[in-house]
Ligand binder design. Structure first.
Ligand code: ADP
Ligand code: MG
Length: 187
């Protein structure tokens, strides 16, 4: 069994070696699965991410002003969530990740209908491998976030039968790859 550190490094290398044309096509296919899903169409406020290190690019979705989109700022060990729409300014934050300005309106957990979670890998049980910061594990361990639907976003090559997990790892409810949106039994 690979450990998390080796797996992360190996899968990130594979992802960063994807030809841009494939990355674009797979990202567009993920966006299509999402826009066809009731999880999205029934939502109003959706938390997402700006593509970093060849994560699937969801930015075409952000132009749909039927939704209110929120993006994270890493502040110490936690993330704060802020409203952002195309044209609004951004900063480069911790880890080199693009983030909204600190003066953008905060989004509280009770306003959120759906969370799109970037993943280095996911497994068939919904467990996630991130970059190793534990940010989403910390967030999803809090009661105010626990009942909000989540969709892990991952390319198919990194959607694996079983990842190594630790006691603090929090599974995601649903997973979307370029091939399919896998919904949990409750959806
Ligand atoms: P990732 O989920 O980003 O792949 P890990 O699961 O390896 O990263 O977690 C990274 C770190 O985050 C671990 O050292 C762990 O102690 C910390 N962590 C995760 N969840 C919590 C939590 N609920 N409270 C405090 N620390 C946490
Ligand atoms: Mg984890």
């Amino acid at each position: 069994m690979y450990d998390k550190v080796q797996l992360r490094s190996c899968l990130l290398q594979t992802r960063m070696a994807l030809p841009v044309i494939e990355w674009r096509q797979k990202s567009d296919d993920i966006c299509s699965h999402l826009t066809n899903s009731q999880l999205l169409t029934n939502a109003k406020t959706i938390l997402a991410y700006f593509s970093f290190r060849t994560e699937p690019d969801l930015s075409s979705l952000f132009y749909d002003s039927n939704y209110r989109w929120g993006f994270p700022r890493c502040v110490g060990k936690t993330m704060s969530w802020h409203v952002w729409k195309p044209g609004d300014s951004t900063n480069t934050g911790a880890y080199g990740i693009t983030e909204p300005n600190s003066d953008a309106s905060i989004i509280e957990p009770n306003e959120v209908d759906l969370i799109l979670v970037p993943c280095v890998a996911c497994d068939h049980r919904g467990y996630r491998l991130g970059y190793g910061g534990g940010y989403y594990d910390r967030m999803l361990s809090k009661t105010e976030w626990q009942s909000i639907p989540t969709i892990g976003i991952v390319f198919e090559f990194a959607y694996l039968p079983q990842l190594p997990i630790e006691s603090w790892d929090k599974p995601l409810q649903n997973i979307c790859t370029e091939n399919k949106l896998v919904l949990s039994a409750e959806c």
